[in-house]
Design a protein around this ligand. Sequence first.
Ligand code: ZN
Length: 239
Amino acid sequence: MANNIRVTVWHEFRHEKTNAAVRAIYPHGMHNAIAAGLRAAGGMTVRTATLDEPEHGLSADVLANTDVLTWWGHTAHQEVRDDIVERVQQRVWAGMGLLVLHSGHFSKIFKRLMGTSCDLKWRQADDREIIWFTAPGHPIVQGLTDHIIIPREEMYGEHFDIPEPDETVLISSFSGGEVFRSGVTYRRGGGKIFYFRPGHETYPAYHQKEVLQIIANAVRWAAPVENLAPQTYGNRQPL
Ligand code: ZN
């Protein structure tokens, strides 16, 4: 498993088509910037899928052959079909890893898996973000020191209405004074979930090597355990 993780990078892919400023930063779409970073990291087979493809590019066959799914959405969360959200949730429960990126905090799949509003404070004002590592030695920060500076980003601030995380791996501070839990982990059923904050569409975060490193590390962390045994439920006899 560890040598060939099958990754699907899912992207709404709307801002790049309607906003020239976003297109200038991500001429091939954010999904292809993320996918390029993952391919460069090695040990992964990476495909992309977007909202406007049939079944949002997430057919049952694609999901059955995905070890880790990454999710970026913003302006079109409501256009994601409920039956496909259900399909993704079933795969997470069965062991697929899920990375939820930036404004994906308001996606149907993240809200469904968290069970809370997932709301937060925000501001677009070229804040400087410093992401501090709060879990030294965690696989998700492997190869990095103790912080990342992003020169300009959208601000997200607490309170972030999520369930108490299994692990808080990253906390951001912003030049406006706010703080935010920028990297948090959960398990839902057999699947591992990582939420990672950076990636507003008008800033180049997914071209920054440390950000891509975190995403690659998180893919490796979230990859399912090989031979995850199917669980049995319901009535049973004593041993
Ligand atoms: Zn944003």
